[in-house]
Design a protein around this ligand. Structure first.
Ligand SMILES: Nc1ncnc2c1ncn2[C@@H]1O[C@H](COP(=O)(O)OP(=O)(O)OP(=O)(O)O)[C@@H](O)[C@H]1O
Length: 242
């Protein structure tokens, strides 16, 4: 059976004045794949991701996300994807239930569907006792797990995660990744940036950006073999130093 490609990027470029932040990057991502998008600070990850989620127009090149063009079909892209980041996830001054209701509404879900999804999410995450607590009062790890579930409320084809586990303890990060695996097993494609190299090991494939270019892209196993490394941390350091 032919594997479905849900992200196709060819020569995608973003220029700010005379500075090239993203330089002709090309890659494909398959349905249900966990694709790690790595790079040192300032490598161009966020700039690339903004083009893919339809909030920044590329300078040149092409990209198709969930079947839609990043130049002309950005509204369709936004409806087909989920997004969460460490910096923006949920509203601290709304309760867990209110956040779910709010985002469900934004994603265009019916009241009934929101209610069903809300009950399911609260049960799955064991949040019965805090369903009516303000999100701001919850530990960061809980917030991030709820935010991830909320980003999946509308059953998006692809979810973009921008450093989703920043600042979270290792046990909670592990639990977070179990949620990522579950979503991927259900066919959701995961596009994730991270600075944690143990998380890079959990991805099906990893791309590594250096100064706007994708310098390496393969499975963690192949990358380690290619660079003669025993860890993704070592691969990353070798590339970032070269
Ligand atoms: N609007 C902008 N105007 C000019 N330069 C920009 C703009 N946005 C980003 N840049 C520059 O582009 C480069 C890539 O930034 P970007 O935020 O994409 O990196 P990143 O890989 O996401 O880094 P981090 O891990 O720190 O988030 C940086 O040098 C940044 O200063």
């Amino acid at each position: 059976m032919k594997e479905e490609t849900v992200i196709k990027v060819e020569g995608l470029t973003k220029v700010f004045g005379d500075f090239t932040a993203v330089n002709k990057i090309s890659f494909h991502v398959r349905k249900g794949e966990i694709f790690g998008f790595l790079g040192a600070n300032g490598a161009g990850k966020t700039t690339a991701m903004k083009m893919l989620i339809g909030i920044s127009s590329p300078s040149s090149g092409s990209a198709n996300v969930a079947g839609f063009d990043v130049y002309t079909q950005t509204e369709d892209i936004k409806k087909s994807i989920g997004y969460m980041s460490q910096k923006f996830a949920l509203y601290d001054d709304l309760t867990v239930k209110e956040n779910i209701r709010f985002f469900g509404g934004i994603y265009g879900l019916s009241k009934n569907r929101i209610s069903q999804k809300s009950n399911l999410l609260i049960e799955e995450l064991g949040l019965e006792k805090v369903a009516h607590s303000l999100v701001g009062s919850l530990p960061l790890g809980w917030k991030q797990k709820i935010a991830f579930s909320v980003s999946l409320l509308h059953d998006p084809k692809i979810v973009f995660l921008d450093e989703p586990t920043g600042g979270v303890d290792p046990i909670t990060r592990r639990q977070f990744w179990e949620m990522i695996y579950k979503a991927a097993n259900n066919g959701t494609t995961i596009f994730v940036t991270t600075h944690y190299m143990d998380e890079a090991e959990y991805c099906d494939r990893v791309s590594i950006m250096v100064d706007g270019n994708i310098e390496a892209l393969d499975t963690p196993k192949n990358l380690k073999t290619h660079f003669g490394s025993d860890s993704m941390n070592d691969v990353f350091l070798k590339l970032a130093r070269s």
